[in-house]
Design a protein around this ligand. Structure first.
Ligand SMILES: Cc1ncc(COP(=O)(O)O)c(C=O)c1O
Length: 433
C-alpha cells in the first residue's frame, strides 16, 4: 500500500508511515489492530465515542434512515427528523438555549457560533462589535475562525490568526493547584482580565468570548472555582456574547448533559459535536438563546436571515444516528454517570499514579483526566513517549507534550480502569527505563 497517498491530519506522516498504527475494528471498550491485538480505548477515540464502539442500535438507525431518505437539502427544505432532533436537544440543554443549527463537525460549529454572534450584534445595529476573545490553550477546531480564537500556538504559527482576536491568560496554575480533585481552588481572579481586555478594546467593539468550560486539547485544564460565573457576569455587563464550546464537555463527560448545567453558568451560544452521534457519523450543532434567535430571525424582515449553512447540515443519516444515541444515553443514564461511582473510581486511580517518578500534576473532572510529567528537555516529550509505549502495551491514551490525557467512553467499567492503571504504570516505567 502506498501510505503517502493519504495525508493524515495532525500526524507526523513520516513517522506514522514507517510504523503505522492501523485499526481494523472496534467493539465496546476495545479496538482491534490489523495485527489482531486488542487495545483498550481510554480516549473515546477523539473524545467522541461516548457510548462505546459497535452499538447495533445506532448502526441500524443509520441503515434504515439511508434506505428511506438518503439525503435532503436543508436550504429552504426540511425533513421531520432534524426538527425532532432540534426539539430533543433544546429540551435537554440549559434553559433558554431553544434553537439548534446543524453542522458537520466541531470546527464548523465553532465558526458558525462566531458568525451567529456577529449576526446578532449586526441585527441590533451594533455591527462594530467584531472582536472575539478566546483563551490561551483554548482549542476551537481548525477552521479559520476557530483557529484564530484558539490559543495553541502550534496551530497558528504557520497560518497566522485571521480575524480580530485577543486572548485571556492560561488558568493552569500548578504552583497553587497541582493535584486538585475537581475544580481547582485558586485562580478566580484571572477572570478579571476579561474586563480589562473589554475596556482596552472598547465594549462597543467586542462581539463574543469563546471558552471551553474545561479545556480539552490544551491539556484538560479545569476552570478555577467561580471563574466561569465571573466571565458570565462580565459578558452580561458589556453586552458581549458568551459562547461555550462544549464539543468535548457536552453529552455527559462532566456528569451533566452539558458543562454549563454542571457548573450552573448560562452561555448565550453553545457548540456541540462529537458525542452527539458518539463519533459514528460526522455531525455538530450550535444551540442559541431566544435573545439571539429573535434578534437575527424573528424580528427581521422576510428573506434569508443568516447567510450561512452547509450542504450536509441536518443530514438525515446523521439525525437518525443522533436520535439513536440520545435514546441510549437516556436509557443507560449516561449523562450523569460520570458524576457517580465510576467518575470517583477514575479519580482515585488517577491520583494514585502520583507515586510514579516525574509526575508534577494530576487533574480530573467527571470522566476526564490528565497526568502531567516534569519536562525532561528531550526532543520527544514524555507524554508522547508514554502514548507510544502505551499503544504497544495495548492501551490508547492521548499524549500531548508532557501530558497524558484520558477521556474514556462513558460506558467504562471499573475493570477497564484497573486495566488502564496497570498498563499506564507499566508504560511509564518502560519509558523511564
Ligand atoms: C473544544 C473543541 N472544539 C472544536 C473541536 C473541533 O472539532 P472537529 O475536530 O470535529 O472539527 C474540538 C476537537 O477536538 C474541540 O475539542
Amino acid at each position: 500500500m502506498n501510505l503517502n497517498a493519504h495525508w493524515s491530519p495532525f500526524t507526523s506522516n513520516k513517522v506514522f508511515n514507517k510504523n503505522p498504527r492501523m485499526i481494523e475494528s472496534a467493539e465496546g471498550m476495545y479496538w482491534t489492530t490489523d495485527k489482531g491485538e486488542r487495545v483498550l480505548d481510554m480516549t473515546a477515540g477523539l473524545w467522541c465515542t461516548n457510548l462505546g464502539h459497535g452499538r447495533e442500535e445506532i448502526a441500524s438507525a443509520m441503515y434504515e434512515s439511508s434506505k428511506k431518505l438518503d439525503y435532503a437539502p436543508s436550504f429552504g427544505f426540511g425533513h421531520r427528523h432534524s426538527f425532532e432532533l432540534a426539539e430533543r436537544l433544546t429540551a435537554l440543554a440549559p434553559r433558554d438555549l431553544n434553537h439548534a443549527f446543524f453542522t458537520n463537525s466541531g470546527s464548523e460549529s465553532v465558526d458558525t457560533s462566531l458568525k451567529m454572534a456577529l449576526a446578532y450584534h449586526s441585527a441590533r445595529g451594533q455591527s462594530g462589535k467584531k472582536i472575539f476573545i478566546g483563551r490561551e490553550r483554548g482549542y476551537h477546531g481548525v477552521n479559520f475562525g476557530g483557529t484564530a480564537a484558539g490559543g495553541i500556538n502550534t496551530n497558528t504559527r504557520t497560518f497566522g490568526r485571521w480575524g480580530n482576536v485577543d486572548h485571556l491568560s492560561d488558568v493552569l496554575d500548578m504552583e497553587r493547584n497541582a493535584f486538585s480533585h475537581g475544580l481547582p481552588e485558586h485562580g478566580v481572579e484571572k477572570a478579571e482580565e476579561l474586563d480589562r481586555l473589554i475596556q482596552f478594546h472598547g465594549a462597543e467593539n467586542v462581539a463574543a468570548v469563546i471558552v471551553e468550560p474545561i479545556q480539552g486539547a490544551g491539556g484538560v485544564i479545569m476552570p478555577p472555582q467561580g471563574y466561569l460565573k465571573r466571565l458570565r457576569e462580565i459578558c452580561t455587563a458589556n453586552e458581549v456574547v458568551l459562547i461555550f464550546d462544549e464539543v468535548v464537555c457536552a453529552f455527559g463527560r462532566t456528569g451533566s448533559f452539558t458543562a454549563a448545567q454542571e457548573f450552573n453558568v448560562q452561555p448565550d451560544i453553545m457548540t456541540l459535536a462529537k458525542g452527539l452521534t458518539s463519533g459514528t457519523v460526522p455531525m455538530g450543532a450550535v444551540l442559541c438563546s431566544d435573545t439571539i434567535y429573535d434578534a437575527v430571525v424573528s424580528n427581521t424582515p422576510d428573506g434569508i436571515e443568516f447567510f450561512h449553512g452547509y450542504t450536509y447540515s441536518a443530514h438525515p443519516i446523521a439525525c437518525a444516528a443522533a436520535m439513536a444515541c440520545l435514546d441510549i444515553y437516556e436509557a443507560e443514564g449516561l449523562f450523569t454517570r460520570a458524576n457517580e461511582g465510576i467518575g470517583r473510581y477514575l479519580e482515585q486511580v488517577l491520583h494514585r499514579l502520583r507515586d510514579l517518578d516525574g509526575i508534577i500534576d494530576i487533574r480530573n473532572y467527571g470522566l476526564l483526566g490528565a497526568i502531567e510529567f516534569e519536562p525532561t528537555g528531550e526532543a520527544v516529550p514524555m507524554g508522547v513517549k508514554v502514548f507510544t509505549k502505551a499503544w504497544d502495551n495495548g492501551l490508547m491514551v492521548r499524549g500531548l507534550a508532557n501530558t497524558i490525557i484520558v477521556s474514556p467512553p462513558l460506558v467504562v467499567e471499573e475493570s477497564h480502569i484497573d486495566e488502564f492503571a496497570e498498563k499506564i504504570w507499566r508504560s511509564v516505567k518502560d519509558c523511564q527505563g
